[in-house]
Design a protein around this ligand. Structure first.
Ligand code: NAD
Length: 492
């Protein structure tokens, strides 16, 4: 970890932030891990200038082979540093160490996937009926500002960094002000892997200052943002002013449907994994559980029993199943929703704060809930699930689609073909049948409705960092056949 107070990377140089000082806190015990000096707007704009210059004046965007080398090398370096980076991620976010290792492993997979995809579909040639020929060429968009939340600082970062660099863009990266540590370490590895100066820049600081600076700067061609709907709306509005390219990965309130034929034990296991993985601080968390009325009682009984046995504690302990909430602020927000749910008439099971040091919270289950309640409609982003029963699938689909979100959904059933027909009626970007949470580098990720615009991962993830150019050509120069010139063009 860089302890020299120089934690901004601008044009290949590490420099000290000239803005606010911020203590980075370990949520497991509230100790200070390190103090960070954040960037000023001026430094943020310097980072954009560096990225602009690197894009316009170097050959980074010209040679795919060079980019593949850097991506594969940094994947190798990350593999060698897996345990160190995973530990840093756990210290900063509170997520259980084995989940942090999965994040690093998935980050490596993502880097390798996009290294393999760099030149896959470009250029594409098309012979036209009129004798002309077209080439469809993909070009990098240019300078990309990448803005990230705190729940998967490295992995979600990689979903943007890998395709952005693979496509030949240059980057200004802003992690969440709460969780910058793993990305600072990754930037060091990227330097070691030979990324040219200015191609990858890191700035630290708050959204309202440096975040907005790297969104509004006219030298930025694209903003890719992951975070809340509220911030996404602001970023979208700023980008709209100059028609800047924008991708938004926003919040969710994802339903998990337990169909009538589901095995009760397995269903409960998926509910817990879907709802409480990463302390429920996951955009796709299965936060609304919809259970067929014929099995509602036994599922809730077993769920309540099993949830009490989740091992909550020090996230560095290999056997821990749930760590602390990321920050005291966020713990306060979650507790606010627990109070609100009870005030609205729902019954709360669990949800007590644990201990006096560290931001630990028992998982919470709300039963006796109605579709219109705020705890059912709004993203809580913690270990809190609401449980509803449904009479038939028509009602289940109505509940599933009955929020402003459309990020993900899950269906648990013995009949996969039938579950697939249910999936076709749910408005969500990712639907898992008898599975949950797993992102696949090869398959797209993103939201319907207010859960976002655009897709990450898969070939779509690479396309979101490329402009498409169509060049049409006729090999022999001839007159077009208008305004009295002889028409020697073949009609189609
Ligand atoms: P947030 O919106 O508060 O902040 C996200 C990032 O945006 C941070 O880096 C922050 O500094 C920055 N930011 C804040 N205001 C800004 C502004 N005006 N201009 C530019 N940048 C600004 O979100 P958060 O609390 O860090 O993360 C939780 C949210 O992220 C949840 O809503 C969750 O659903 C969402 N999320 C979505 C996905 C997905 O893939 N769809 C993944 C993870 C998290």
């Amino acid at each position: 970890m860089r302890r020299d107070n120089q934690q901004l990377l601008i044009n290949g140089q590490w420099e000290a932030g000239e803005g606010k000082k911020r203590k980075i806190i370990n949520p497991a015990d509230e100790s200070v891990i390190i103090e960070i000096a954040e960037a000023t707007d001026h430094q943020a704009n310097n980072a954009v200038n560096a990225a602009r210059k690197a894009f316009d004046e170097t050959d980074w965007s010209v040679y795919p082979g060079k980019r593949v080398k850097v991506l594969l090398k940094v994947a190798e370096l990350l593999e060698n540093s897996l345990h160190e980076v995973a530990r840093l991620e756990t210290l900063n976010t509170g997520k259980p160490i084995r989940e942090s290792r999965m994040d690093v492993e998935d980050s490596i997979t993502c880097l390798k996937y996009y290294a393999g995809l760099v030149d896959s579909v470009s250029p594409r040639e098309i012979e036209m009926e009129d004798g002309s020929a077209s080439e469809v060429i993909h070009e990098p968009v240019g300078v990309c500002s990448l803005i990230l939340p705190w729940n998967f600082p490295l992995l979600l970062g990689m979903w943007k960094i890998a395709p952005a660099l693979a496509a030949g863009n240059t980057v200004v990266f802003k992690p969440s002000e709460v969780t910058p540590l793993s990305i600072i370490r990754f930037a060091e590895l990227l330097e070691e892997a030979g990324v040219p100066d200015g191609v990858f820049n890191v700035i630290l600081g708050e959204g309202a200052t440096v975040g907005e600076a790297i969104t509004a700067n006219r030298d930025v061609d694209k903003v890719s943002f992951t975070g809340s709907v509220e911030t996404g709306r602001k970023i979208n509005e700023i980008c709209a002013r100059s028609f800047k390219r924008v991708s938004l990965e926003l919040g969710g309130k994802s339903p998990l449907l337990i169909l009538q034929d589901a095995d009760i034990e397995k269903a409960v296991a998926w509910i817990m994994f879907g709802g409480f993985f990463n302390q429920g601080e996951v955009c796709v968390a299965a936060s609304r559980i919809l259970i067929h009325e014929s099995i509602y009682q036994p599922v809730v009984r077993l769920l309540t029993e099993k949830v009490n046995k989740i091992k909550i504690g020090n996230p560095l302990d290999e056997t821990t199943e749930m760590g602390p909430i990321v920050s005291g602020n966020h713990l306060g927000e979650i507790k606010g929703y627990l109070t609100l749910g009870v005030e609205d008439g729902a019954t709360l099971i669990g949800g007590q704060q644990i201990g006096v040091q560290g931001f630990y919270l028992q998982p919470a289950i709300f039963i006796d809930v109605d579709q219109h309640m705020r705890i059912v409609q709004e993203e809580i982003f913690g270990p809190v699930i609401t449980v509803q029963s449904f009479q038939d699938e028509e009602e289940a689909i109505g509940f599933a689609n009955g929020t402003n979100y459309g990020l993900a959904a899950g269906i648990i059933s013995e009949d996969v073909d039938h579950a697939f027909t249910v999936a076709s009626r749910i408005k969500a970007g990712t639907i898992w049948i008898n599975n949950y949470h797993i992102p696949y580098a090869e398959a797209p990720w993103g939201g319907y409705k207010q859960s976002g615009i655009g897709r990450e991962l898969g070939p779509q993830g690479l396309d979101s960092y490329r402009e498409v150019k169509h060049v049409n050509k006729i090999s022999q120069l001839k007159a077009p056949g208008w305004y009295g010139f002889e028409n020697d063009r073949k009609e189609g």
